[in-house]
Design a protein around this ligand. Sequence first.
Ligand SMILES: NC(=O)CCC(=O)C(=O)O
Length: 270
Amino acid sequence: MTIRIACLQLDIAFGDPNENERCAESAIESAVKDGANIIVLPELWTTGYDLTRLDEIADEGAERAKAFASRLAQAHNIHLVAGSVAKKTTTGVTNTMIVADRSGQIVGEYSKLHLFQLMDEHLYLQPGSSLGLFSLDGLACAGVICYDIRFPEWIRAHALAGAEVLFVVAEWPLPRLHHWRTLLMARAIENQCYVVACNRAGRDPNNVFAGHSLVIDPWGEVIAEADEKPGILSADIDPALVADVRTRIPVFADRRPHDYETAKNFFKTY
Ligand SMILES: NC(=O)CCC(=O)C(=O)O
């Protein structure tokens, strides 16, 4: 059975949660009309990278984003991988992904583990400390955020737990478009999973963003790719393909973790 995915490649109004919610809701309605079962939003889609104003605009406990995701998921009977938002906590602000299932339950919450210094995240945000695993109608899913895709061992931990679909939400700048496409394809091929990657479009005061949201199958084939403009990228995925590819080339069964450990200390002996 196929599942229709829609990535909402939005342009994000800098530091304006009200305007961004309005745009996201209207894009969600369009994707629903097109038959989407799972809808994905980009990274920090309510505020953008307006990090100097987080005191004012970050979402207390991500409660507003959770209410938004829960209401729309239930109203439209869809799963909503509601991108990430700046979540205010007692120990600082995190870059946190929220996932609501079709019943309106919040079934996933993951805070970005690897903070991206080139965009000053380490100055304003706290890293998370938990895995990004969740389940949607029995489909084993993982969610990661932008820079996280440069850490294959982090994605592997999710694949080893059984993830069949990796959702990536991002604000990835245009100058590194080549890295974005190549890293996403590599993560799909090495983990033999679907990769659904939703990037933002447009620009902010510091960056021009790449767009090019992608859906890649477990064989590494790009089945849908957006251009750089705002829009909705739709694709149908077939979860049965994951088991098929994993049977054809049994990468997981052929792993030799014990031997990988021995490499760690090799040069320390000199
Ligand atoms: N928002 C991000 O994490 C951007 C990551 C990025 O641009 C990269 O090159 O990595």
